[in-house]
Design a protein around this ligand. Structure first.
Ligand code: SAM
Length: 269
């Protein structure tokens, strides 16, 4: 558990800006493809889904489009819910999709939720300030035989610079105003995307264009989310697997090597 300082990153504002400017059918299809490919399924026909930390709402609509019977989403940040509601309005407010404000760390709130065939929480639980508590609460909403699909920032891939370096950057970013944040965005692109080499600019521009193929997201939204994403904890893949297996799950699939490790578990007891 880490101390959650007064100031948190305004994830919801970032998502709301992103989705208002970028929502389109192609992004929904990209997100749907990513989810189905990772899960090794052709569709989510008939599944009830809980989307914890639903952010922009893009992945909720992608799961509905993949055939989910219903999707209930919640997010700590009121602006994320505004973003989800914006997406809902673009697709005629489906009756089988809800989005509300709530925290995965709020035990009474979580305990009142029904059990689901699929609990999905991508890039969320390590941003709560209490990652293990968050994982445990999220897992508690999975039916017996149901699926638990989570993505967590991996301590295994974050060697150089170290997790401590990034935690320090994130603290500075959330404490900064608009101008300093834009300077830090530029610093990050120069140092980590272009390797301090102006000749890398075309490669960065290419990556920027290609990036939307990655879950339907936008590179600048994700850079701001990465630099500002606070609170934040890095988790070793094995530590996460062992923890969830002890809660009565079996690991079905893992995808490593990216900043977020993706895990698919099935509840067996
Ligand atoms: C990196 S974003 C991921 C959003 C989305 N799942 C995606 O994949 O695009 C993290 C999200 O977790 C939400 N979040 C942070 N703490 C939370 C909590 N305690 N309960 C629910 N959501 C939370 C943030 O507001 C934010 O929308």
């Amino acid at each position: 558990m880490i101390q959650v300082e007064e100031k948190r990153f305004e994830f919801g504002k970032n998502w709301h800006n992103f989705i208002q400017k970028n929502f389109d059918a192609e992004k929904v299809q990209t997100s749907k493809r990513h989810i189905l490919e990772f899960m090794g399924r052709a569709n989510l026909d008939g599944l009830t889904v809980l989307d914890i930390g639903c952010g922009s709402g893009l992945h909720s609509i992608a799961m509905l489009d993949a055939g989910a019977a219903r999707v209930d989403g919640f997010d700590y940040d009121a602006d994320s819910i505004r973003a989800s509601k914006f997406v809902q309005a673009q697709v005629d407010n489906p009756a089988n999709w809800t989005a509300e404000q709530g925290s995965v760390l709020d035990d009474p709130y979580v305990a009142k939720l029904p059990l689901y065939d699929l609990v999905y929480s991508w890039g969320v639980l390590h941003h709560t300030g209490e990652v293990w508590h968050a994982i445990q609460n999220a897992a508690s909403r999975v039916k017996l035989g149901g699926l638990f699909y989570i993505a967590l920032y991996s301590a295994d891939v974050q060697k150089d610079p170290t997790p401590e370096f990034w935690l320090d950057v994130k603290r500075k970013y959330v404490a900064s105003g608009w101008l300093r944040r834009r300077l830090m965005d530029g610093w990050y692109i120069w140092r980590f995307q272009m390797n301090r080499n102006p000749l890398m600019l075309p490669a960065f521009l290419w990556r920027m264009r290609e990036y939307k193929k990655n879950r339907g997201m936008n590179i600048f939204t994700d850079i701001r989310d990465w630099l500002g994403g606070w609170p934040m904890e890095f988790v070793y893949d094995k530590e996460a697997t062992d923890f969830v297996e002890k809660l009565g799950f079996k690991l079905e699939k893992i995808a490593t090597g990216e900043a977020n490790t993706e895990f698919l578990f099935v509840r067996i007891s």
